[in-house]
Design a protein around this ligand. Structure first.
Ligand code: SF4
Ligand code: SF4
Length: 370
């Protein structure tokens, strides 16, 4: 076995070791796989589950997967899923109430104890997790399940060596190179040295796992090849969002006529919020068992694009399409900065790809700023 690597090399043929080590330590290994013609994040058991050789084409409202001759495991750019479904599940029971003779007992579930190992986390996605940390565990109101899963999680990040058609992380300073927040960082390279990963570690947890891999010391050439591959991804990125004066200029555009123009195209379907790795809005539902003996309070992901989301005392405060689109964009790019000290968008581009009418947040922000 190789020494504890700070910059080591793992032959691609040995990638399964990583999954084996994590599974032996009772981690739930989740990672990318192909399902329904998209790369999604699911529980994976073996490297055979990874989307080896698959790449994607993405642009406004369009996503296509193709299987080429390439042999990279991580040659795709993220699909519609984000890691939030493993850290902040789409539905969670907040409590159950059991009817007793003259009272009812309320039982809140303990944190589940799940240990997720997130394999293949990209730079923008890691930035999104850190944004959600601020909202869900670093502030005044803590979500116990989220906090437990975050603390139990191992993050195996992967640098992007190809930019997707809708990515703009470089202009958001969130990618394509992973900077912080990971346990293990892999960069996948295929060149004259073969097919390998450079392996870096940034935590004790990561170092302990990486020390069990059959790595060898990375040569200068291999490290340079990995650096160049990531630099190439940054250069490929076609879209940008200018952060200069972003918050104040958007506030100044609150009454812009542009919002009505976007609303003329927006279907208020909420796709953009469902695919966004930083959106965290939820609804709370109460249900009763048919026997009448139990009631449940369930939290579910919700979207600010629904009329009911802002229903208060007899009416919705955002009844128009344009007010809901404006709320979403201003929250991401402006209000979020006041609430949480960061921009709520990491430039992943999902909301552009998965918008059925191809609305592009970078263009709309530019138009309102203008
Ligand atoms: S911007 Fe696009 S994805 Fe978002 S609600 Fe409107 S139509 Fe749906
Ligand atoms: S707003 Fe769009 S580009 Fe920004 S993080 Fe959310 S899905 Fe990604």
């Amino acid at each position: 076995m190789g020494a504890t690597p700070t910059a080591a090399v793992l032959d691609a043929g040995n990638l399964q070791q990583l999954l084996d080590i994590l599974q032996k330590q009772n981690y739930q290994t989740v990672g990318p796989t192909v399902r329904d013609n998209a790369v999604v994040y699911e529980h994976i058991q073996s490297v055979e589950d990874l989307p080896r050789g698959w790449t994607d084409e993405q642009t406004n409202g369009r996503y296509r997967l193709t299987h080429g001759k390439g042999k990279k495991f991580f040659g795709y750019v993220h699909g519609p899923n984000s890691w939030k479904k493993f850290l902040y599940p789409p539905a969670r029971q907040l409590y159950a109430a059991d009817r007793m003779k003259h009272r009812f007992d309320v039982v809140a579930p303990e944190p589940s104890g799940i240990k997720p190992a997130l394999i293949g986390v990209r730079a923008c996605e890691l930035a999104a997790i850190m944004v959600q940390d601020r909202v869900l565990m670093d502030g005044e109101y803590i979500d116990p399940e989220y906090k437990a899963r975050r603390q139990n999680a191992v993050i195996v990040a992967v640098n992007c060596t190809r930019a997707g058609g809708t990515c703009f992380c470089a202009s958001m300073n969130t990618g394509p190179r992973v900077q912080e927040g990971y346990d293990i960082l892999l960069t996948e390279v295929v060149d004259s040295h073969g097919h390998y990963f450079t392996v870096e570690t940034a935590s004790e947890k990561g170092r302990a796992i990486a020390a069990q891999l059959a790595t060898s010391p990375a040569s200068e050439e291999q490290l340079a090849a990995a650096r160049q591959a990531v630099d190439k991804a940054a250069r490929q990125m076609g879209r940008t969002l200018d952060l200069t004066d972003l918050k104040d200029s958007l506030y100044r555009g609150f009454d812009s006529i542009h919002w009505e123009k976007v609303a003329g195209r927006c279907l208020t379907c909420g796709n953009c919020t469902m695919v966004c790795p930083t959106c965290f809005c939820v609804n709370v539902e109460d249900t009763t068992a048919l026997t009448g003996e139990q009631a449940f309070r369930i939290r579910r992901w919700d979207s600010c694009f629904t009329v009911d989301f802002s229903y208060i005392h007899g009416g919705s405060i955002r009844a128009t399409d344009y007010s809901r689109y404006r709320q979403w964009l201003l929250h991401k790019l402006a209000y979020w900065q006041d609430q949480f000290g960061v921009v709520g968008c990491v430039g992943c581009g999902r909301c552009i790809t998965w918008c059925p009418v191809g609305i592009d947040i970078t263009e709309e922000a530019r138009a309102v700023k203008g």
